[in-house]
Write a protein that binds this ligand. Structure first.
Ligand SMILES: NC(=O)c1ccc[n+]([C@@H]2O[C@H](COP(=O)([O-])OP(=O)(O)OC[C@H]3O[C@@H](n4cnc5c(N)ncnc54)[C@H](OP(=O)(O)O)[C@@H]3O)[C@@H](O)[C@H]2O)c1
Length: 227
C-alpha cells in the first residue's frame, strides 16, 4: 500500500493499521524526521513535496513499481476569503490537495491495470460536500476530489480497480495546528485518526465486488472554537 501524508495524522494511522496486518507500506511526505520515536515498526519512506509537481514527477522514478492500493491522503487546510490568498498560496493548496493525486493516479493506473486490479482510496472531506464561509480554496480542492473519485470509478470499473472516497468531518490531527479555529475540547466533538484509518481498512478488506462509493464520517457533536 502506498500512502501519501503518512508521516502524521490519518495517513500515519493508516500505515500503522496496514503494518499490523503485515502489509508492506510505502509512505510519502515531506519529512519523517519526527516519526522514529512514535512508531513501533517503521515502513519504507519517500520524502517528496507533493505541492511541487515538478519534484513529484521526478521522484516517481523512486516510487515502488507496483502497488496493490493507493491511499491518497496528503493535504492541508488553509481558510480565509479568496482575496486574502496570494496566487502562490492558491496554487500550492490545489497542487498539494488535488494535482499531486492526479499525477500519482496517472502514473499508477496503467500499472494497476497491467497487474489485474487494485484499490484507490481518496481522503476527501466534509468540505467536498458542502461549501462554507472562508472555505473557497480548500472546498474547491475537496469538491474536485469527489468529482475525480466518481469519474475514475466509472472509468476503472472494468479494470478491477475499486475507487473509494472517505469524507471525514473534524479529525484530531495536526490539521488544525496552523488554523485560527479548532474543534471544541472533548472526544464527542472530534474523530481521531484511528477512526478514519479503520474505515479505510474496512473499505480495502470488503469482498472485491464491494466498493465504498462514499463514506461520510462525523463526530457525535459539532462545535468549533476560535483560537
Ligand atoms: N483533520 C481534519 O479535520 C480533516 C478533515 C477532513 C479531511 N481531512 C483531510 O485528511 C488528510 C490528512 O490530514 P490530517 O488531518 O491527517 O492532517 P495532518 O496531521 O496535518 O497530516 C497531513 C499529512 O499530509 C502530509 N503533507 C502535507 N503537505 C504535504 C506536501 N506538500 N507534500 C507531502 N506531504 C504533505 C504531511 O506530511 P509533511 O508535513 O511531512 O509533508 C502529513 O503527513 C488531508 O487531505 C486533509 O485535507 C482532514
Amino acid at each position: 500500500v502506498l500512502i501519501t501524508g503518512a508521516s502524521r495524522g490519518i495517513g500515519l494511522a493508516c500505515a500503522e493499521q496496514c503494518i499490523a496486518r503485515d502489509v508492506h507500506v510505502t509512505g510519502v511526505a515531506r519529512s519523517f524526521s519526527q516519526l522514529e520515536q512514535k512508531v513501533e515498526r517503521t515502513f519504507e519512506q519517500i520524502s517528496c513535496d507533493l505541492g511541487d509537481v515538478a519534484q513529484l514527477a521526478k521522484a516517481l522514478a523512486s516510487f515502488p513499481e507496483s502497488v496493490g492500493a493507493l491511499v491518497l491522503n496528503a493535504g492541508y487546510g488553509q481558510f480565509g476569503g479568496l482575496e486574502q490568498f496570494s496566487h502562490q498560496q492558491i496554487q500550492r493548496l490545489i497542487d498539494t490537495n488535488l494535482v499531486s493525486n492526479l499525477v500519482l493516479l496517472k502514473h499508477y493506473l496503467p500499472l494497476m491495470k497491467r497487474q489485474g486490479g487494485g484499490d484507490i482510496v481518496l481522503i476527501g472531506s466534509e468540505s467536498g460536500l458542502q461549501g462554507a464561509k472562508a472555505g473557497a480554496v480548500y472546498c474547491a480542492s475537496k469538491f474536485a476530489i469527489r468529482g475525480l473519485a466518481q469519474s475514475l470509478r466509472a472509468d476503472c470499473s472494468t479494470s478491477n480497480i475499486r475507487v473509494h472516497l472517505i469524507n471525514p468531518g473534524p479529525v484530531d490531527t495536526g490539521f488544525f495546528d496552523e488554523l485560527n479555529f479548532t474543534p471544541q475540547d472533548g472526544q464527542e466533538f472530534v474523530l481521531n485518526p484511528v477512526d478514519v484509518a479503520t474505515v479505510v481498512m474496512q473499505a480495502l478488506e470488503q469482498p472485491r465486488h464491494v466498493v465504498s462509493d462514499e463514506i461520510n464520517l462525523q463526530p457525535m457533536k459539532r462545535s468549533f472554537r476560535k483560537r
